[in-house]
Design a binder for this molecule. Sequence first.
Ligand SMILES: Nc1nc2c(ncn2[C@@H]2O[C@H](COP(=O)(O)OP(=O)(O)OP(=O)(O)O)[C@@H](O)[C@H]2O)c(=O)[nH]1
Length: 643
Amino acid sequence: MLKIILRTHNRSFQRLIGITRKYSSYEDLNDDINNYINVKTENIRNFSIIAHVDHGKSTLSDRLMEVTGALKKGSGKTQVLDTLEVEQERGITVKANCVSLIHKYENEVYLLNLIDTPGHVDFGNEVARSLSASRGALLLVDANHGIQAQTLANYHLATSKNLKIIPVINKIDLKNAHPERVTEDLLMMLNIDPDDVLKISAKLGIGIDKVLQHICKKIPPPISSKDLPFRAHLFDSWYDKYRGALNLMFIKDGEITVDQEIVSCENGKGYVVRSLSILTPEERKVDRLVAGQIGLIGCNMRNSQEAIIGDTYYLKGTPVQPLEVFKKLKPMVFAGIYPQDQSQHLALKSAIEKLVLNDSCVTIQPDTSPALGHGFRLGFLGLLHLEVFVQRLEQEHQSSPIITAPNVTYKMKIQDIKGVLKHYNGKNQIEISNPKHFPDPQHVEEYFEPTVMATLITPAKFVGAIIGLCVEKRGVQIKSINLDHDRILLKYILPLNEVIIDFHDQVKSLSSGFASFDFEEHEYVSTHLIKLEILLNGSPVEELSNICHVRSSDQIARNLVAKLKELIPRQMVEIRIQACIGSKVIARETLKAFRKDVTQWLYGGDVTRRKKLLKQQAEGKKKMRQIANIQVPRDTFIKVLKR
Ligand SMILES: Nc1nc2c(ncn2[C@@H]2O[C@H](COP(=O)(O)OP(=O)(O)OP(=O)(O)O)[C@@H](O)[C@H]2O)c(=O)[nH]1
């Protein structure tokens, strides 16, 4: 019986693809690498899956891979494209990933290049890059949560790039799914025709065929020509121990074979192509890549900094017009990264450089600190980005650095007085992201801090709590709109330094996970900043100093001194822990000394002997007090700084 079903299934498959003798199953079709290479440009579909966090992008990618035979059904593998350990552990996508699938539709073989993108706002750059190689996007919306902040942001990004949007409502299997209501919202908010909306369950595999059909039918092929000179766009890169930098490129025009030499438009350097492959999702070698395809090019690029994301490559001797240069996103959050031990400095440097190849938004500058030695100051797009980067350093490069408190970039207008300006190289506007460069407050005429335009979407019952949080974070409300009968969209201007730490988590916890938050860079606004210094027995500890708004300084000061009191081990001397603004102490704790009774073994006896011992002890303590600052164990710094 089973055999009959299989035979019928295979026969219909053979009829469908019209290549009866050659392939007897979907797997055979995939196994023949020529199908990836020889496919007509009109039958290539390059598309991304975009959505808010957790709306099911990676799960849908799994299903698409299963149906097209790239992933064996029942393999038990989930979120196959989330290959990094950090992605598997956290259950989130942090890197866009590409897979090439072979699919047959209406007697034709199609090559589908699918790019699964991250949903979290900190990885928005990955989405933007993926869209540059795509001509269409599956816009996934959770049938229960509906349209969320990132749904809107990603939709607008995709339409600004003229991508064909295929709206898909996912998770229709959920008990509390409301696909009809979400369809209405899509019409109201994004003007999407209800007839175009697909309703699926990626988890249960419902409606996947329809998705594939729409991809083939509605997404246009790449605007590419095999007859034009070779031109390729580098949109991702990673480091391989043996082969150096591997570059994921969209082949815009022409074709490339192994041993040809390609040249970078950015720096004019030439590289001989050593390997060409397609990701299916495992890497499969091919002898050429042609117009419209997305493939991996290995070209002995030893120095990881040479692979510039957004660079265009051409064949030596036939220069071309460069393709779109990606807008470089400015890092928003800066933190110091130091090796646990100075002997690991070089290893940390090399690990950071390799990882930056795969995460090009991170900026690096050397930095030094009296307590932590030589290290680096790195810039990130947000706090989750920082956390993921550090976790990847640990997991992929076995490096466990120390991270200092994160900061944003402030601007300061310096008083236009000759004697003052000379301290700032004659500049009357400076930018700082490191508290150690905070100027003398008497030199500053005005402080400016970066703000963001935040979009919050929340069910009406949590709106009071969310507004309360925004007010506490010094937010200014710009808009409040009723989206539908139950949900409200709020627009707030918020100071960036108030949102980088745990704002997102607070929004989630105040709304039981139902409110969503997205933000984009906004302008710098005038503000009142102070430098909060931590003193241990009167000596400032530079690594623990903070730049903060005068209104939040009390709270931060109290938290820091309390944490230090908890972490510094008691010693033979008393330790004064103070948080100060200039010379004013605003929070203080005292760590009592152990009192060792040096006279305990004296039974009665001579009082002068007793006095002599007590005097000796007092002198010892004095000495200890002087050096108390360096008696603080190094791991105390690490614990305070590691948040
Ligand atoms: N019930 C149900 N759950 C689903 C469905 N699709 C995905 N999920 C679940 O939703 C959760 C998030 O799915 P993912 O595929 O990781 O979502 P994602 O959009 O890739 O997440 P990020 O990449 O982190 O933004 C997982 O627990 C999935 O099992 C579905 O159709 N039905």
